[in-house]
Design a protein around this ligand. Structure first.
Ligand code: F6P
Length: 373
């Protein structure tokens, strides 16, 4: 019997999404009994029933193109802005699923998408997810789609910042994405030869960083590159954060809880504000002129790397095998060299941070990179 496959992309885009859509579509269409439809702009497309037929013509010529042909959004099914209200649209999504005669819905996304997909699975929909995020922070998979491309972009940026930092005898602080994990900053920092790398997993001390830079200066190196993950916090900020979390947990009155949440929100200052402050502090402490470059969304745009195209194609084709097996409520995870279905409940609500005994940490320290602690 024919199988109707729906696909959507949700959360922040990343290079390799089109390659994955193409792989799912082409593999599914080569099997006579499957038809594939895309939903536009993440879960919102399901609410509004905005579809694109993914036929051979639509799937052609998209392997190398960045972004997602389906569009994306961060909309959540259970809390979706609809006009001037925020509504739970889950039942509408379930209705759209059935009205389109779907047998399965494939959701490509990161942590937020997995939470949303799992909610729909619990409503009885057949769901398969593919792990996509430049942050590489999804649990149960060795790697996520988009990480390698972003790593390459951030590494090239550090390469380019090197020559200008060197020529002007400056410190250049470079802000790298990664949400609350340091995979991108650590990987690109090592690959690009940064002198200091700051990640959320290791709270930093600005004086330790300044010492490392001054020591380089004593050895005749009048410039430094400091790679900072967007979630990196100083030891002082972490202490304040922990007190606020504790106060929130033990708050007895609504007022106390509100105050603790306000404190936590205050700490979530914009990455650019945080790193600008760090840049100024380093200039004062070292006497070296300092500049800040935030890479931002550059890291999510453009052509996917070869490794991401391969990964997308492997994930997409494996996803169709999982559909054939009717193994639903799972994420297609990369484990070693293979794709394995893992239960969504084992993925949702967890974050894969950089373990402190990860080989990249040891590698960074061995070549004399300061991690600021
Ligand atoms: O999750 C991917 C990511 O690029 C993070 O690294 C970053 O924190 C966030 O998305 C930025 O989101 P937005 O595109 O909504 O500004």
């Amino acid at each position: 019997m024919a199988k109707y496959v729906g696909i959507l992309t949700a959360g922040g885009d990343s290079p390799g999404l089109n390659a994955a859509i193409r792989a799912i579509g082409k593999t599914a269409l080569s099997s006579v009994e499957m038809q594939v439809v895309g939903f536009k702009d993440g879960f919102r497309g399901l609410v509004e029933n905005r579809t694109v037929l993914l036929d051979q013509a639509t799937l052609s010529g998209i392997l190398t193109i960045g972004g997602t042909l389906l569009g994306t959004s961060r909309d959540k099914p259970h809390r979706m802005p609809m006009g001037d209200k925020v509504l739970d649209m889950t039942d509408t999504i379930v209705e759209t699923y059935h009205n389109n005669n779907l047998d399965v819905l494939v959701c490509l996304g990161g942590g937020g998408t997995h939470k949303n997909a799992y909610r729909l699975a619990k409503k009885g929909l057949n769901i398969i997810t593919l792990p996509k995020t430049i942050d590489n922070d999804l649990a149960m998979t060795d790697i996520t789609l988009g990480f390698d491309s972003a790593l390459g972009i951030a590494t090239e940026a550090i390469d380019r910042l090197h020559s200008t930092a060197h020529s002007h005898h400056r410190i250049i602080v470079v802000g790298i994405m990664g949400h609350n994990t340091g995979w991108l900053a650590l990987g690109a920092g090592i690959a690009g030869g940064a002198n200091v790398i700051l990640i959320p997993e290791i709270p930093y001390d600005v004086h330790v960083i300044a010492d490392a830079i001054r020591q380089r200066r004593r050895h005749g190196k009048n410039f430094s590159i400091v790679a900072v993950a967007e979630g990196a916090l100083s030891k002082e900020e972490v202490a304040v954060q922990q007190i606020a979390i504790q106060s929130k947990d033990v708050a007895k009155t609504k007022k106390e809880k509100k105050e603790a949440i306000a404190k936590l929100n205050q700490l979530k200052v914009l990455h650019s504000d945080n790193t600008l402050q760090l840049t100024k502090q380093l200039e004062t402490l070292t006497g070296l002129e300092s500049r800040l470059t935030i890479l931002g969304h550059l890291q999510r745009g453009g052509t996917p790397s070869a490794a991401d195209r391969l990964l997308a194609t492997q994930l997409g084709t494996a996803c169709v095998s999982i559909i054939h097996d009717e193994n639903y409520g799972v994420m297609a995870a990369i484990r070693g060299k293979h794709v394995e279905p893992v239960q969504l409940e084992d993925v949702v609500g967890k974050r894969k941070t950089v373990p402190l005994d990860h080989p990249w940490i040891e590698t960074a320290l061995s070549v004399g990179i300061s991690l600021g602690n």
